[in-house]
Design a binder for this molecule. Sequence first.
Ligand code: GAR
Length: 202
Amino acid sequence: MKKAKIAVLVSGGGTNLQALIDYEKKGLLKSGEISLVISNKKEAYALTRAENNGIPTSVVLKKELGSQEAFEEKIMDLIDDNGIDIIVLAGFMSILSEKFTTHYPKRIINVHPALIPSFCGKGFYGLKVHEAALAYGVKVTGATVHFVNEVPDGGEIIAQKAVYIKEDDTPETLQKRVMEEAEWIILPESVEKVCSKIVSEK
Ligand code: GAR
């Protein structure tokens, strides 16, 4: 059976990319293959993770291209030239415009480190999300995988997993537990689920 080609967009450490690579290595990614990693940061450790696993990489810098439009066009060219079927945002810290998201309906998925609709939308990314959850005093948080549309963190939810907050949690300890107990589990599972749907429709 033909597999769906996956592009993973990253900006940082790439632990979610690593979870996806490990899932593929275990033979669990039955319907998809990680075919390309695109970073908007030159120094992202995610690039090293991809290189260590023989996955082609590309760096696209907004500053060099001059505008959001040119930045997105460059990414679209890479996606289209490589015959990519699904785009996974795994710690990609740049909001994509409506022009981009509407070009790939139900073909872009994102992992967010909270239970949407809490602590999400513009300005909620990375550690800030966990700082906000602790400041509010919620007792349960978690992670969400969702389709990406024109509303930041507003697309249809694919999967969620809850994580309990501990009395002595700091943003850093909470971020680590949300990754380990939720993100690294539901992201690969959701990617497989969406890929399987894509290949069955091909
Ligand atoms: C992850 O916690 C991811 O959910 C979050 O950034 C981290 C990236 O870590 N993404 C967002 O906040 C997007 N709004 P990683 O580079 O190690 O996967």
